[in-house]
Design a protein around this ligand. Structure first.
Ligand code: EPZ
Length: 418
């Protein structure tokens, strides 16, 4: 069983290179099911969720060659459209293969992804779009079994709520067709925009009508391309918090400033300063610590995937801060672990009240999901003594070389096989 061990109290220095975005890579990998020709993706982070998606694509008939962070996806003309439970259960993004499989083969059988620690995470909105887009969906023994029911022309669909994954399903299901599909109330996360840029570069006809509304004119096929995945904004935000929590001056290389606007706004309110050079390297210099109130929201609001990390920062900030989690119904599982380290956090429904304490003590703690586990790493960097983090596989799902990157900046951190 792997464990991460951190000795707290050391400042960080130097710079960190950000990897490619996990949450942009996953829908773009799923999108390659739409292609006959070869696709080459660069800057793909080698994390567990990506390897799981690669396995899934291989079971669906793709031949995949991985060379460091370059992934080449070749077609084998095997007609496969059954995505098995054992691959989808560990990675919720497996549901993203449903949209392209239906666009390509007009039928598919994909395991329901099931919930996870942060909530039930249903896929009803994905299925509602597919139904309106002419597919019949049945749920049988934990699988979605879908097939073409009618060939409606010119769909005009409005999402009942903003959903990143359901927006991606709608886009992936509408690119290859002879229909015109209008989709309203879409998610605008940079990862969705990266998927759109990838598809447009391959010849898809996708245009914005207005802020949260797209029109997709289906095409017959997409051409094979080479594409570089965007940097991971949540990884970048995580290391910004690592600098702030340890009071360190740190440079985060190759960021996309626009993607970080909402995170930087919150960190500036907290009291950090930063500057960005012409190469888009961001240098952060912590100044003061002020308590703040944060509410998570769909992009361009403050990202839910940064909620746990900002909480670890507020734990040691004098005064009372408040966090409201408006996206997921159960995304405070890291609170009990932080409290075991000496934090003083009270939860009421989807609100957390954080009363700043002076010191955190190292402890043996347990990760429950990807972002909760990294919040414990951040707390461990400043806790007195040693922090031991169990269930490291959560971290390995979404952070490439986290221990190596932090160690290079002076953190006393290591991973052991206990
Ligand atoms: C994506 O998940 C991300 N995952 C999540 O990142 C991220 O937290 C989330 O978007 C919100 O930004 C990937 O991109 C692989 P949603 P997704 O559909 O698409 C509800 C991480 O740590 N909902 O925008 O599943 C849902 O339960 C992960 O990298 C329905 O009710 O999120 C949630 O409350 C965690 N029915 C809300 O909508 C549906 O059919 C937003 O979910 C779909 C979603």
């Amino acid at each position: 069983m792997k464990k991460i061990i951190i000795r707290g109290g050391y400042k960080l220095h130097g710079s960190i290179n950000i990897s490619g975005s996990k949450n942009a890579s996953l829908p773009i990998l799923a999108a390659t099911l739409l292609f006959e020709e070869t696709v080459i993706l660069e800057n793909v982070p080698m994390v567990k969720d990506i390897l799981t998606m690669i396995n899934l694509l291989e079971t669906l008939g793709k031949k995949i060659i991985v060379k460091k962070n370059q992934v080449t996806i070749l077609n084998t003309n095997k007609k496969k459209y059954f995505a098995k439970y054992d691959l989808v259960k560990t990675m919720r993004a497996g549901i993203l293969v449903l949209g392209p499989l239906l666009a390509k083969f007009e039928k598919a059988k994909v395991s329901l992804p099931g919930g996870c620690a942060i909530g039930a995470r249903p896929v009803d909105i994905h299925l509602d779009f597919l139904k309106k887009n002419g597919f019949k969906n049945e749920i049988k023994k934990g699988y979605v079994i879908s097939s073409r029911q009618n060939n409606k022309k010119n769909i005009n669909y409005t999402f009942s709520k903003i959903s990143v994954g359901a927006t991606e399903t709608a886009i992936l299901n509408s690119c290859l067709s002879n229909n015109k599909t209008k989709i309203n109330n879409i998610a605008l996360e940079p990862e969705v925009i990266d998927l759109i840029s990838f598809l447009k570069k391959a010849g898809a006809k996708i245009n914005f009508n207005k802020k949260r509304s797209l029109t997709i004119q289906g095409v017959k096929n997409l051409k094979g391309i080479k594409y570089k995945i965007m940097p991971d904004r949540i990884e970048a935000g995580t290391y910004l918090v690592a600098a702030a929590i340890t009071n360190s001056v740190l440079t985060i290389n190759n960021i996309v400033p626009k993607h970080l606007e909402n995170i930087l706004k919150v960190l500036m309110k907290f009291g950090v300063q930063f500057k960005i050079n012409k190469k888009n390297d961001l240098k952060i210099s912590p100044k003061i610590r002020k308590p703040i109130n944060v509410t998570t929201a769909p992009y361009p609001g403050f990202p839910t995937d940064m909620q746990a990390q900002i909480m670890s920062l507020l734990v040691l900030t004098k005064g009372t801060s408040n966090i409201k989690e408006d996206i997921f119904e159960n995304r405070f599982l890291h609170v009990s672990e932080l409290n075991r380290m000496g934090a003083n956090i009270k939860i009421e429904n989807n609100k957390a009240k954080i009363i700043g304490t002076n010191v955190l003590s190292g402890a043996e703690v347990m990760a429950t999901d990807l972002r909760a586990s990294v919040c414990l790493v951040l707390a461990g960097l400043v806790a007195r003594g040693e922090t031991i983090i169990n269930r490291v596989y959560h971290l390995e799902r979404g952070y490439e070389n986290l221990v190596k990157k932090l160690k290079k900046c002076g953190a006393k951190i290591k991973i052991i096989n206990a």
